[in-house]
Write a protein that binds this ligand. Structure first.
Ligand code: GLN
Length: 251
């Protein structure tokens, strides 16, 4: 079978479920180890049977199991970094790149900062901030040891010096009497029972998605704990849900 036929058949499967056509190209690039530009310029080229089988299996994971493409490939991109992901960690999102961009812009003239990323997951925030600002020490905390395994691998793959600590939000910093200048967090903030797509609900770790008190519990606890951790003149940055602005102001 040539590229053209494979793409045509795959498009039918994907479109039937209202899924994303671009995933076909992402998976083809992955199995062929070729850029989409090459594939589109050589539509008559035949695909090796073993590679076709591998592609069909991956496409079925997307179409049938509704598995997120980042988990199928085992990696994603965040702020120009390639990060390993598996279903022990939340997949880094575009919105969080925006948060990191804002933090970098606001703090770009500061030096020797001590920073903590709380609920680090894949390590995306800690690593991107460490690489783009003058951070003296970066702590990254997560309650999940499995997430910390992924985050440590990402830090070493991307050459970022980060101190990973297992624990509940700011508690390990309090226990070790550590103080920081900046706290950044994109904690779990979805209200329990909120309807999510199958791709998210069935595959991403619920520990990384949901929070009590209408999704506000982690913010509340971080703010209370921060009194023991944040240096004078320090900053706290949060990603919040689209409908949590007023409640965050109230907190
Ligand atoms: N901090 C990680 C991220 O921003 C993990 C978020 C989470 O698990 N809720 O992607």
């Amino acid at each position: 079978m040539n590229y053209e036929t494979v793409i045509k058949r795959s498009k039918k499967m994907v479109e039937r479920n209202n899924q994303e056509v671009r995933v076909i190209y992402m998976l083809l690039e992955h199995v062929l180890n070729l850029p989409t530009s090459h594939i589109l310029a050589n539509l008559e080229e035949e695909i090796d049977e073993n590679i076709l089988e591998e592609f069909s299996e991956l496409l079925a994971e997307y179409v049938v199991d509704e598995k997120p493409v980042a988990y199928i490939l085992g990696y994603t991109y965040f702020y120009n970094l390639k990060l390993t992901v598996n279903n022990d960690v939340f997949i880094p999102r575009k919105e969080t790149e925006e948060l990191v961009g804002i933090v970098i812009d606001l703090l770009k003239d500061k030096e020797d900062m001590i920073v903590a990323d709380i609920a680090t997951g894949s390590g995306n925030i800690a690593i991107s901030v460490k690489k783009n600002l003058k951070v003296d020490k970066m702590y990254a905390v997560d309650i999940s040891d499995k997430a910390l395994d992924v985050a440590s691998k990402n830090a070493s793959d991307n050459d970022a010096d980060i101190h990973f600590i297992n624990g509940d939000l700011l508690q390990p910093l309090i226990d070790n009497d550590l103080k920081v200048d900046v706290i950044i967090s994109n904690p779990p903030y979805i209200k329990e029972g909120y309807p999510l797509s199958n791709a998210v609900y069935n595959h991403e770790p619920h520990l990384a998605l949901f929070a009590k008190k209408d999704g506000m519990e982690n913010y509340e606890r971080i703010l209370v704990q921060s009194k023991q951790v944040l240096n004078d003149g320090g900053y706290i940055f949060f990603e919040i849900g689209f409908d949590q602005g007023q409640r965050m102001i109230d907190l």
